[in-house]
Every structure is written in C-alpha cells, then in structure tokens.
Design a protein around this ligand. Sequence first.
Ligand code: FCB
Length: 425
Amino acid sequence: MAFTWGVSTAAYQIEGGVGEGGRGLSIWDTFSHEPGRISDGSTGDVACDHFHRYAEDVDLMAGLGIDAYRFSVAWPRIQPDGTGPANATGLDFYDRLVDALLGKGIDPVVTLFHWDLPQALQDKGGWLSRDTAFRFAEYAGLVAAALGDRVRLWITLNEPFVHMTLGYATGEHAPGQTLLFDALPVAHHQLLGHGLAVTALRAQGAAAVAIANNYTPIWPIGEGDVAAAAAYHALHNRLFTDPLLGRGYPELGLDPSVVHAGDLDTIAAPLDALGVNYYNPTGVRAPSTPDSPLPFELVPISGYPTTAFGWPVVPDGLRQLLVSLKEEYGESLPPIHVTESGCAYDGIDDPERVTYLDGHIGAMRSAMASGVDVRGYFVWSLLDNFEWAEGYTKRFGLVHVDYDTQVRTPKTSYAWYRDLIRASR
Ligand code: FCB
C-alpha cells in the first residue's frame, strides 16, 4: 500500500464563518470572547476565512500533491444545540469540501471532534457528563450518513489528553475549568464517546476508523526521577491507549463508579489505525516538595534548538515514541498514521521548518525501518491559523496567511514538502 502524505487542520482554527449556515455556538466561541483568555485578545470569528475560501485552499493542497487532507467537522455546524437532527446547511459545507477534494484526487480524512463542543452541551456539564458520550455518537452517525460514502478515514477524537488537561484540569483552553485530578472523568467520557462513535460509524459503513492521540516520550531528568516519569507516562500516554487496546485503565485514581459495566468493551472496539500527534518529548522529575498535589514535575528540556513556541526540536523523539508504542503494545497496536507533526516559526522563508520536517520524517522512516507499521504523515498545518490560547501569534503553516487581507503565500517549506512528495512517488 502506498504511503499517505497529507496536511492537517481543525475547524475552529481556520474556518471563521461562525455565525453562518445555522452554526451554533461552541465552547471556543464562548472562551475566546472572554477577556484575558487568548494571548493576543483574538478569536476564531474570522480565522483564515476558510469557510468562504475553501476552494482556494483545496487548490493549495493540490499544488502540494498531497494524497489526503485531515480536517475537522465543527459539531455546532451539524447540531447547533448538540442534539437532534442534522442541520442540512452545515452538512452542505463539508459535502462541497469533500467533493472539491475528491475532484483534485485528495482523500478526505475527517476528525469529528477537535475541541469545539457545542456550548449547549457544555451547559449540561460537557465531557464531565456521561450523556455527552452518547450525544457524540449520535453526531458521528449523522456525519457518516452524509459523507461516509466518500471519506477514507474517520478520526473520532483529537487529543483527548490535551482536551482533558488544558480544558478541564488546568484551564488554559476552553471550557477553562481548573479541576486538576477531578477532571479524570473527562478521559473516560471521551473514550466512551469514541467507542460508541466507532459503532455508529461502522453502522454507516465507514471505510476505516481511528483516534488521534497526543504522545510524548517521557524523559526522566535524573536517576531518582524514574517513578515520576512512569506516573506521567501513565497519565499522558497510557490513559488514552491502554483502554483502547483492551488493557483497561492504568492506576491513576479514576473513580471506579464512573466506569459502568460494559464500558471498557465499548472503548476497546477494534481500530483500523492509530493517529499519533507528536511535537516534543517531556522532561519529568520527582516533585520537589513532599506535599505536592502531583506525583511528578514537568521540567523544560535543555540543549536543543527551540521553535517560536519555545518547544524543543527533538526529531529522534518521534522515532523513540513510535518504537516504544510497538514495544509496549506489540501485535495489538494498529497501523499508525502520524496525524500531526509540525512547528511554529515566523517568516515566509522558513528554513527552520524545512529542517524540522526533514528531521521528523527521517526519524519516522528510521522507526519504519526497525519494524513499526507507519502508513501516513500529516504536517500540522496547511495554513497559519488560530493557535488556541496563543491566538494568531504562532504560525504553523506551510502557507503564510496575512490576516488583514487573507492573502495566502506558500512558504519555502511548502515547495520543499511538494518536492519531497514528488520524489517519493
Ligand atoms: C495540537 C493540536 C492542534 C494544534 C497543534 C499545534 O495539540 O491538535 O490543533 O494546535 O497542537
């Protein structure tokens, strides 16, 4: 099977058009409009105006020569209140996008939840409520009924770890709650929603189903930090992988009453692929005070170049991660797609991004050479876009966006990725 080269985006980060086509409010509309939440005071109201300019953006993808485009569907476009029948106008946008992609020979890869929960569901508890899992499966079925004949791969959730942690535990992301370990039911309800959605998607004849997790290799800083590293590994990596692959939950203190009979079987529904989003390793040490509420402390990794986000550039971390997934899960590990890999740098001439991508693609290839089954690589991102709490200050695109004029300008890295794809044919 040919390797899949692609790019990734997410609805709230690029679409804009927030008041159009009957779209309801999402938690990111609410959150980004609250003073002090977004570093540059911006919102996703307009973003890259992709809602109106999608045809131009598909042309940019065609120019890259990608095989597949990973985008997300905005749940509140389909169910403005998070429940009930599909809003036909909302579906119509994705219907046109999918046809435009196929018209250029690009396969659609659809993420169903990239963090923009309908506000009406948040008002009933969001992912702290078990009911949200059932609402999610209902929504998944509606989208699959409309697009399922043309979508090559479905991704249920994007990075449930990041959504739980930043959204519900520490509050930097929507919905902005600060529950620390009391956020753990959000993990279970997202995973249950995933499992129920797998069933709903398959009932509609879905071609293939996956989930995209954020993974990080954990680096203990010193010899005394191994237990702390294991604790963080359980939370960041294993919590969202062990139950999917039939191993139940690692010991983290999740209230057992949250997990109902049969849930673990639902969550362990067979997957066609595992999406891996990788940005950097995480340095961990033991807590410096005995009364620390957490069994670990995160420490910056030093000795590596950093991106404009301050994230360390460690290409070999991707190789380590892929190899360790294979070691940890063996035969139960589904084929992998690297569903996000990329970096923030300014400038249209962006040699640093070329170096970054070249290093990470090389690291992925070396994991493949040692036996890891990787089927695809998706650059985050096609366009500069709304980088959540960082607003428009961090630019991840292969294509530069001037937010005043919406003019798109391919960067040096765009030409480099195009040439790499061409050469690999
Ligand atoms: C990931 C998110 C994606 C983007 C990148 C930089 O965690 O999935 O939307 O923000 O980080």
